[in-house]
Design a protein around this ligand. Structure first.
Ligand code: FES
Length: 157
């Protein structure tokens, strides 16, 4: 890296990644919020895995960092505290409970609306947790609220 100083005291960071925190700390706290290129991102540690998502819900911008995690058909989902939308941690898919009226005795089933919430790639390196900068050539519904709350000071709850 041509731009690093050669004092030898700078910690090596994987190229282009944004440092979120220490692996051990996030494993203990189970979640942490951070700014990634100005946008509010939340990193969860859940059942042995790290997941990073835009923290502002794709519906109306609710704070997912304050939501509870629930298992739906084997998929860990964050429940938005504002209107209880379910979003999968692994893929950012919005789930809804729908019925097929053509079935003889319709029962609600969880279904996917597709990827609504931007997820971010997490990298663990040398005891540190990093998130990759978002690829803005692809857009997601949550981008609107990520922009709206960009660079805002506090998390408005
Ligand atoms: Fe998240 Fe409405 S803002 S469910």
């Amino acid at each position: 890296d041509l731009h690093s100083s050669d004092t030898g005291t700078v910690e090596r960071e994987p190229d282009g990644l944004i440092l979120i925190g220490k692996e051990d700390d996030i494993k203990k706290s189970q979640r942490i919020t951070a700014k990634v290129n100005g946008r509010e991102v939340v990193v969860f540690y859940h059942e042995g895995k790290f997941h990073a998502l835009d923290s502002r819900c794709y519906h109306e911008g609710g704070p997912l960092c304050l939501g509870e995690i629930e298992d739906i058909n084997g998929q860990a989902c964050i429940i938005c505290p504002w209107h209880k939308y379910r979003i999968t941690l692994e893929t950012g898919e919005g789930l809804y409970e729908g019925i097929n009226p053509l079935e003889p005795s319709p029962t609600p089933q969880w279904q996917s609306k597709g990827v609504k919430q931007r997820i971010h790639k997490v990298t663990i390196d040398n005891g540190n947790v990093y998130v990759s900068p978002p690829d803005l050539s692809v857009s997601f519904d949550s981008d609107y609220f990520a922009d709206k709350y960009k660079n805002s000071g506090d998390l408005a709850m």
